[in-house]
Design a protein around this ligand. Structure first.
Ligand code: XIL
Length: 354
């Protein structure tokens, strides 16, 4: 462990304890513009997922969220299991707090997410499983959920992830309760209901492993093309961007964004993190930086890609170690908020602009 001096940027303390691997790459001299300032010049929203517990408890986290980003996404508090824990009983406390935080800091909000197979409330999944909720009722429940949530934040959500992770890797529709109970038309229905509730919000499809051109991203392309031909209000394709350095950088990312742009759609990177097998070392962190930069450059190179969101900005609260065994170090800064090469790479990319 080494101590070294950091510039007095915002409220980071002057002297930070940073692990050896990060030392080589942290800031050197003068205070630098925060990411959001550079992003504004590049006509880009730079966002982060926000962990509401950390936002409440951790001053450095809260100040960094406000200082560095001009877009925020709820990591969990807008998901169905959180907002309607018991049927007809709502808890908007976390979502309201985030929307308020964002407004106070001039940030836009990405709404995440309305229809997903995961993090559904227990009353809903068990009701479907035991047959007490039939398909017709389920459709009404979904419609009410979408309408209630989107209306509540009408005018305050820039982009909504309306459907999340609806395809399998081979491009077939995911066998979720939505597909099983309602058939494939639930996707168009979800977009129509969301649009009716907030006509100005940009409505997105969203998934992982769709950075480059592959069977899954092509399924989204075909779906988007068909929905738009039918007049269904779908305006954006969200690419999560959960990468891992041991799997290589995906090919054809710019080409993939371009084909959605040709459909007249926006694109966005919505959940970027780049994990590695632990322990991290200098070489892995350097590779990681090139991955962040690769996705960012693809976005900056596509005029209709106006939003780039990281799935958390500090390893202190990253979801990765809890889900991918033996992996981590996936975000822009360490557990101590010390900046990694990836932070510098993103800053450089933003500074270079489009
Ligand atoms: C993750 C959160 O980060 C975790 O805190 C939670 O336990 C599970 O969900 N794709 C998505 C996100 O669309 O909502 C997921 O977020 C990560 C993968």
């Amino acid at each position: 462990m080494k101590y070294f001096r950091m510039p007095l940027v915002g409220l980071l303390s002057a002297t930070l304890l940073v692990t050896g691997v990060q030392t080589a790459v942290a800031d050197e001299a003068a205070p630098q513009a925060p990411l959001r300032t550079l992003a504004e010049r590049a006509d880009l929203r730079i966002g982060t997922a926000v962990d509401m517990a950390a936002l409440a408890d951790d001053t450095t986290y809260r100040r960094t969220t406000g200082r560095e980003f001009n877009s925020v996404t709820a990591e969990n508090v807008m998901k169905w299991e959180v907002v309607e824990p018991a049927r007809g009983t709502y808890d908007w406390s976390g979502a309201d707090a985030l929307v308020r935080f964002a407004r106070e800091r001039g940030q836009v909000v990405r709404g995440h997410t309305l229809v997903w197979h995961s993090q559904l409330p227990g009353w809903l999944t068990s009701g479907v499983a035991d047959g007490s909720i039939d398909a017709a009722e389920l459709r009404g429940i979904l419609r009410r959920h979408i309408t209630t949530e989107v209306k509540r934040y009408k005018g305050r959500i820039q982009q909504w992830d309306v459907v999340n992770e609806v395809f399998e890797e081979d491009g077939s529709l995911r066998n979720s309760i939505w597909l099983q109970q309602l058939g494939p038309s639930y996707i168009a229905d979800a977009f129509r209901w969301a649009h009716a509730a907030d006509p100005k919000a940009k409505l997105f499809l969203n998934d992982y492993n769709v950075e480059g051109i592959n069977a899954k991203s092509t399924a989204y392309y075909e779906l988007a093309k068909r929905l738009r031909a039918e007049g269904v209000p779908v305006q954006g394709f969200g690419i999560q961007g959960h990468l891992a350095i041991q799997y290589g950088f995906p090919g054809d990312v710019p080409e993939n964004l371009a084909r959605f742009a040709r459909l007249g759609m926006q694109t966005a990177f919505t959940e970027v993190d780049v994990r590695m097998i632990l322990p991290a070392d200098e070489e892995k962190l350097a590779t990681q930086a090139t991955y962040f930069r690769g996705l960012l450059d693809a976005c900056l190179g596509t005029r209709s890609c106006k939003s780039f969101t990281v799935w958390g900005f500090t390893d202190k609260y990253s979801w990765v170690p809890g889900v991918f065994e033996g992996q981590g170090a996936a975000t822009l800064t360490g557990e101590d908020f010390g900046r990694k090469p990836a932070y510098g790479a993103v800053r450089e990319g933003l500074a270079e602009g489009r």
